[in-house]
Design a protein around this ligand. Structure first.
Ligand SMILES: Cc1cc2nc3c(=O)[nH]c(=O)nc-3n(C[C@H](O)[C@H](O)[C@H](O)COP(=O)(O)OP(=O)(O)OC[C@H]3O[C@@H](n4cnc5c(N)ncnc54)[C@H](O)[C@@H]3O)c2cc1C
Length: 201
């Protein structure tokens, strides 16, 4: 959305195009600090904010999108260009598996990444399929992979996990301009560890 906004302005079309942001979430971002910064940017740029609006249907022939609101009512919106992020969830192959929790994620210890059930002690998981209570990003995996590797080899060598632990690191670079982004890192188990918003120019 921000990249499109920037492109429209740089090609002198910005004044003729209205951008609206619809999200099923109550805020711009799941972490308040970053959400507040992005919401300030949204207002500055004249982008409409429509929170707790869940996309439930698209009539592509008539260019209408239907959103369900938090009070249960629906709203139809005309659009010219609709950019959608589809709902995401666990793989079907894991949903019914005994190694997964009730939501369908492989149920691992959030620090060691080893399966919580000793019967499945030879199973480790990271990334999107795991039950780790952090935002699912490739960035998070870069912090999880070394921990998993150390613990996996330790279990193979000694039968016990090592001292390596995952701290919940994840991050999200939000491109806000053709040449800049807002880098949003956080440690989900501990705190939002950057004190300043990281605008990278
Ligand atoms: C639109 C979008 C933008 C994103 N942007 C960012 C970003 O800017 N920064 C960031 O850090 N992260 C980003 N992410 C998240 C990131 O892409 C994921 O967290 C990451 O790819 C997860 O890696 P994974 O290996 O756990 O799972 P996946 O990448 O989903 O890999 C799972 C693999 O398993 C395969 N598979 C599925 N079923 C089976 C089966 N039955 N048998 C065998 N193989 C199977 C799939 O084909 C796939 O190759 C983004 C995600 C999306 C959707």
């Amino acid at each position: 959305m921000w990249m499109a906004w920037d492109r429209y302005r740089r090609t002198q079309r910005g004044q003729n195009i209205k951008i609206d942001f619809y999200t099923g979430m109550p805020t711009m971002f799941s972490v308040k600090k970053y959400s507040d910064a992005l919401d300030t940017l949204r207002v500055q740029r004249g982008v409409g904010g429509h929170f707790q609006h869940n996309l439930v249907a698209v009539d592509s022939v008539n260019h209408r999108a239907v959103f369900k609101k938090s009070d249960g009512s629906s709203t139809d919106v005309d659009y010219t260009l609709l950019h959608v992020t589809p709902p995401m969830g666990p793989l079907d192959v894991l949903k019914q598996s005994p190694i997964s929790d009730s939501a369908g994620w492989v149920q691992v210890d959030q620090t060691t990444l080893r399966h919580v059930n000793p019967d499945f002690g030879n199973i480790f998981a990271l990334g999107d399929c795991s039950s780790l209570p952090t935002s699912k990003t490739a960035a998070a995996i870069t912090a999880q992979a070394p921990v998993l590797t150390e613990n996996l080899f330790s279990v193979m060598d000694t039968g016990e996990v090592s001292a390596a632990t995952y701290d919940g690191y994840t991050s999200c670079p939000v491109g806000v301009h053709s040449h800049s982004c807002c880098y949003c890192p956080w440690l989900i188990y501990i705190y939002i560890y950057q004190t300043a918003i990281n605008w990278l120019w």
